[in-house]
Ligand binder design. Structure first.
Ligand code: NAD
Ligand code: DAU
Length: 339
């Protein structure tokens, strides 16, 4: 592979962070630029290992700050942009939608304008299956790339808006793009506001685990490593202008997920606490990944092997998540769950 400069936005977060590490390790001849504002969800301690490598660079910046973003594009002349930076948590979007529009919509537009101006070779927009809205519980139905866009939450509406902008820049200005729509990720460095790391960290501390509604909502889980390999493949081989769904056929109800974690850690199901349902809570997500499989992608984890690896990682990295669940996170948790 010839030398490339890759701008990764949101590379201090969960998936972007895993992707930055994956790229730095697997493409020693590429320069990887992690651009991140370091919001509550961003943290650089995860990159201590790669910080010493010559091909890793950090840029502290806000994607909405047009002047700064254009200056970096002018200075560095990136080849690829892989765009993760976003406000990502559905519950936060329900209580405070405004920042989701600012970051996810306006921020994406700034990056698209800079990518157009500096003629990058590919803009890879990391989106979500939530743009399709919800499926019912019929297990033979799946989201395909042709499924109608019908987002339910302010978060997914902001992501859908950004998808449409990316598509429009391709149609109008010929910007080379791909859009990816992945199902729920889990794995190392997942911020403990999300179901799986929240459950692991609370069960380990013998604290109540909040389950929304009746716990029967279904999510389709993919290990973050498999998301990274899919993005790598699409970045290099994805057909210009195309959308790719990413998922590995691992549907579980929320109760199944929580019970699996409790059982693996040898704790009691009494920790489960049913709480008021999320507003507009999507019933079920399930991805049809046929198009991506045809491109040559295969995940290495199923849910059973992936959750084992993840639980072990959380057991071995208590310092990382303990530093996060103290401080500001406590205020968020009390406000969100009232316990
Ligand atoms: P995250 O919340 O863990 O990380 C988001 C990162 O973006 C943080 O490091 C944060 O500091 C940074 N950021 C936020 N606002 C910024 C701004 N204005 N300028 C620069 N950086 C900013 O998110 P995640 O779960 O890793 O998700 C990453 C992307 O993947 C998002 O676009 C999300 O929509 C998408 N996605 C997530 C999942 C999932 O299961 N988590 C699944 C599919 C797609
Ligand atoms: O599908 C991809 C999406 O997955 C991404 O686009 C989002 O960025 C990411 O946050 C995730 O969204 P979800 O809303 O599905 O993830 P979350 O972990 O918040 O919730 C998973 C399920 O668990 C959902 O049905 C709500 C439920 N839940 C969640 C929390 C935080 C609970 O029952 N209790 C909880 O405390």
């Amino acid at each position: 592979m010839s030398k490339k400069k890759v701008l990764v936005t949101g590379g201090a977060g969960f998936i972007g962070g895993n992707f930055v590490q994956y790229m730095v390790e697997n493409y020693p001849n590429y320069d990887i630029y992690n651009l991140d504002l370091l919001t509550y969800a961003g943290d650089l301690t995860k990159h201590r290992e790669i910080e010493r490598k010559n091909n890793y660079h950090f840029i502290h910046a806000d994607i909405v700050d047009r002047e700064t973003i254009f200056n970096y594009f002018d200075k560095e002349r990136f080849d690829f942009v892989v765009h993760f930076a976003a406000e990502s948590h559905v519950d936060r979007s329900i209580s405070d939608p405004e920042i989701f529009i600012r970051t996810n919509v306006l921020g994406t537009q700034v990056l698209l304008d800079a990518s157009k101006e500096y003629k990058i070779s590919k803009f890879l927009h990391v989106s979500t299956d939530e743009v399709y809205g919800e499926l019912d519980f019929d297990p033979t139905t799946f989201f395909t790339e042709e499924t109608h866009l019908q987002p339910s939450s302010p978060y997914s509406a902001s992501k859908t808006s950004s998808d449409l902008l990316v598509h429009a820049y391709h149609e109008t200005y010929d910007l080379p793009i791909n859009i990816t729509r992945c199902s729920n990720n889990y794995g190392p460095y997942h911020f403990p506001e999300k179901l799986i790391p929240l459950t692991i960290s609370r069960v380990l501390n013998d604290e109540k685990v909040p389950v929304y509604g009746d716990g029967k909502n279904v999510r389709d889980w993919l290990h973050v490593y498999d998301h990274c390999t899919a993005l790598d493949l699409i970045l290099h081989d994805g057909e210009n202008g195309e959308v790719y769904n990413i998922g590995g056929h691992n549907e579980r109800t929320n109760l199944e997920v929580v019970n699996t974690i409790i059982k693996s850690l040898g704790k009691s199901e009494d920790l489960i606490t049913f709480v008021e349902d999320r507003l507009g809570h999507d019933k079920r997500y399930a991805i049809d990944p046929t198009k991506l499989e045809k491109l040559g992608w295969n995940p290495i984890y199923n849910f059973d092997t992936g959750i084992k690896q993840t639980i072990t990682w959380y057991l071995n990295n208590k310092d990382w998540w303990n530093q996060i669940i103290s401080g500001e996170y406590q205020d968020y948790f009390k406000k969100q769950y009232k316990f």
